[in-house]
Structure formats: structure tokens, C-alpha cells
Design a protein. Sequence first.
Length: 330
Amino acid sequence: MNKIIIAIMASSLVPAAAMAQSAVTVYGVADVGFVRETGGAEGSVNTINSGVASGSRLGFKGTEDLGGGVKAYFVLENGMKIDTGSAAQGGLLFGRQAYLGVSGQSGAVSFGRQYSPYYRAMRDIVDPFCDGLAGQAGNITASNARLDNMVGYASPTLYGFAAELAVGVGEVPGNSAAKRAYSTALSYTAKTLVVTLGWHQQQNALATDSSANTLLGAKYDWGVAEGHLGYARNKGLLGARSNDAIVGASVPFGPHKVVASYVRHDDTTQANRDASQWGLGYTYALSKRTDLYAAYARIGNRNGATFKVGNATTDGTGNTGANLGIRHTF
């Protein structure tokens, strides 16, 4: 009987010891707003949208200390629609992110559905709207947001320099190049300056053609305001070619923050389908976790270009968009 009691006590101590070295966090964003879009083929549209400034989500992330400075980590992030209660990202259970990785002094390696390094460079450095609200740069520029079956490596920061490398495995039987993607970002961070160089390439379904984007961007912090700059050269499928330029600013003061940007898309093919967008946004922090937002953007399409004003989770229906909503993080 004593042996049985000792065995039960010993088995109960094993998970407790493991939990002492691990940490799991539940987090999320609840975002809902009013969206008005005009200039589309079907006329003006008024909707209540989920994820206007930031995609609504419920996530789980955790780490385990493996010893010797090595940690295992994971992220499982579900996208949801607050307006209807349905799943986002086409109904995928963890459509926003789902990956597992290991990190140490030499960097971090991760596997799964993840944001591409190119996308993070655009979102975190170049775009003052951070890929949300009506004024987001992604209405006109290529975002290359997520990669399935991605193997990623993030280096440690050395003298301000850091690098990210990623490969999205296509997993097409008999053709290892089909649907394969490569994405990289090299960045340099000083006290008030961040500079990034990103590159992204995506093969088509048969590996007979590919798209590629090269991005040079920077963000400078003056203390009272941040300035954002970006320039991208794009090669699309079937001979498409274009250049994008982005200039913007974000100005925080107390609980207020104003963001503005201008994006220019230059189609360098004979079709010359150019476009330009200007956007203005405002957020007011009610607390550390809850804010109100408003935004407006307008796109000028030329020679048959069909770019639309969307937001963090929708592509939009027309060439103008106005947003008004509330966002809560937890």
C-alpha cells in the first residue's frame, strides 16, 4: 500500500515540475466597427465589420525552458468574426497562425503557418497603419502575409543587424518547386532608426512562373512623431511589372494618435494601370487595452486599375472607405 501511495505522489510531481518551467498565455483581440464604402460597381455599402483595425482573434502561446538557454515555443491563433461569430480565414481552426519552434543563442527556428518576413517588414516598419484600417498600404501594395508549411529562421541581433529567412514548402507531388515561396528580411536598428530590406518570391501552381517583390523601407522616431518610408519593385505573373512608393507619419500625443500615408502604385507595363491612395487615421486610448478608432482613405485608379479600399480583414468594394469602431486587446 505504501508503495502505491509513493508511486501516485511521484507521478503527480512530474507535471508540476514541468509546469514550473513552462508558461502558457491566452490572448486575443476583439475589434468591431462601422464601415462605409463607396465608388464600387454596386454602389455604396454600409456594414458592421469585425477586425477593421486589427483582425479579431483568440490565441494561445507558450514556452518551455529546455535548459542551456534553449526554449521550445508555440503559437496557435484563431481568427474570428465578431459581427457574426463565425470563423475567419476561410473557416480554418487556427487560420491566423499555427507554429512550433525552438530558440537559443544562435537564433530561432519555427515550423508551420506563419507571417512571412517580408510582411512583417511592411507592417511593422513601412506602413504607419500597421496593415489595418482604411489607409493600410496593402490596399495597393503586395503584402505576402502568410505562408503555409513554412520553415523560418530568425537570427539574433548583432550590432543592430538581424535577419529572417523563410521557405514555404509547396508540397505538390512530383514537383517540389510548385507553390514554393521564399521570403527574407534584413534589418538594422539604431536608437531612433530602423532600416529594412525585404524580398519575397512565390512560384505558381506548376512552377512555370513566379512573382517577386523587393522592399526597401525605413522608420525614424523623432520623439514627437515617427516617419515611414518604403519603396518596392514588383514582378508579377504573366509579365506584370510595377513599383510602389510609400510615405507616412504617426503622431502620438497623450491618449491620441494620428496616422497618415500616401501610397503610389506605378504600373510599368504598357497597360499603365497606375493608382494612388491617401489615408488618414485616428485612435483614442480609453485604457491600456481599449481604444476607439476612425479612418478614411481614397484611391485614385487610372487606365482601368481596380484597387479597392479595404481594412485589416476585408478587401473592400469601392475606391473610398470610412471606418469608425472600437478595439479591445486581452
